[in-house]
Design a protein around this ligand. Structure first.
Ligand code: AMP
Length: 364
């Protein structure tokens, strides 16, 4: 069985690592010659919209999936007309446009921050009378890790924020004074079976995820499961999906979803019975889904902009290192580490030790 992946970054690399024990092999399409999954399968090197490479991928892969959501819609449509593509192109189209995404949440009854579409400075000024202060202006497309976003605290911020977007269509949304950020990850297979992971509690700095911690038996689990299953059913979704949520006043509000494996689920590699990467493959190959129960208390710490010193990291008992084989660059995720502990206190100590190492090399 051969799985084709659009993109050959660290997510593709970790999917491949989970696939080999299942007898799956891989073919990647990626425009970067030194993409970090290169050595984990065959690499079709070139542009995502190169028709001959897409035809080759469709021909040679039994099923195609992707590791990021900004694949041009026509590429996903072309592939879907030639081979199996999971998740379906509709999920990509919704996830890559913040306005479509929020409207979709709204239509299926998943709460979001108050939002409005904005396509001029006047429409932004008008929208602020209903959204209220503070608010966040976000580009509709191509935004990730806080890119293309501005915080709006007063009327003086509107003009510079709008100019920074250089005229691209945007959404403005109410700033949520959240108690915490969580995400839920679930997998749905071709036959429609769904499994849910325990919630991850996520710590961001500068819009980038730093730490995720598994929250077993969390009081918000049921609400999160009901939202993500509603979303998956409405999209007839196949694969792993991550739904990012804010918790405020004891309720969950959707921020965004990722139609793919997700950074906040990396703790599942050593911290759950079955990792999100293996369950993504099981889902798209219509295999029975694996158990998602956590194995002890689990967490993950990202390394951003700089590599950890391997010997120092591995000297932390229970730490597992995952290097992505990427050249460090400002703000770039280059590795993560997971830990499993026997109790909350031990987990907090281990997270602190890892976070200290991450902060020493962090340049963001
Ligand atoms: P995003 O790219 O939309 O996931 O935003 C990156 C991060 O910015 C989120 O993880 C939050 O920490 C923060 N953020 C985004 N939108 C809001 C909001 N409406 N209210 C408060 N914080 C937000």
């Amino acid at each position: 069985m051969r799985v084709g992946i659009l993109g050959a970054g660290q997510l593709a690399r970790m999917i491949a690592l989970a696939g080999y024990p299942l007898g799956v092999d891989f073919i990647f399409l990626d425009p970067s010659a030194d993409a970090c999954a290169n050595n984990f399968g065959e690499h079709l090197y070139g542009d995502y919209s190169d028709p001959s490479l897409l035809a080759e991928l469709a021909e040679r892969a039994d099923v195609v999936t992707y590791e990021f959501e900004n694949v041009p819609a026509e590429v996903a449509d072309f592939l879907a007309s030639h081979t199996q593509v999971h998740p379906a192109p509709k999920a990509l189209a919704v996830a890559q446009d913040r306005l479509l995404e929020k409207t979709f949440f709204h239509d299926i009854g998943i709460p979001t921050p108050a939002y409005a579409a904005v396509d001029s400075l006047e429409s932004l000024e008008q929208a602020m009378s209903t959204i209220g202060w503070p608010a966040i202006l976000k580009s509709r497309t191509l935004g990730y890790d806080g890119k293309g976003q501005s915080l709006l605290k007063s009327a003086d911020d509107l003009k510079p924020a709008w100019e920074q977007l250089a005229g691209v269509p945007a959404v403005v949304e109410a700033f949520v004074p959240f108690e915490r950020e969580v995400s839920i990850i679930a997998a749905r297979n071709v036959s429609g079976a769904i499994v849910f992971y325990p919630l991850s509690e996520n710590l961001h700095r500068g819009g980038i995820l730093r730490i995720s911690e598994c929250c077993d038996n969390d009081p918000m689990q049921e609400q999160a499961e009901s939202y993500i299953s509603r979303l998956m059913e409405a999209l007839d979704y196949v694969g792993v999906l991550a739904l990012e949520l804010f918790q405020v006043d004891g309720k969950l509000i959707a921020n965004e979803f990722a139609p793919r494996v997700h950074n906040s689920g990396h703790w599942t590699i050593e911290g759950a019975e079955t990792s999100q990467f293996e369950n993504h493959l099981r889902a798209i190959l219509d295999l029975p889904l694996g158990a998602t129960a956590p194995v002890g208390k689990a967490a993950m710490v990202n390394f951003i902009g700089g590599l950890p010193v391997t010997e120092k990291l591995l000297a932390i008992p229970r730490a597992h290192l995952h290097l992505y084989d990427k050249t460090p660059r400002k703000g770039r995720k280059v590795a993560h580490a997971t830990v499993r502990a026997e109790n909350a206190e031990q987990l907090a100590t281990l997270i602190n030790q890892l976070a200290t190492l991450a902060d020493q090399v962090d340049d963001s």
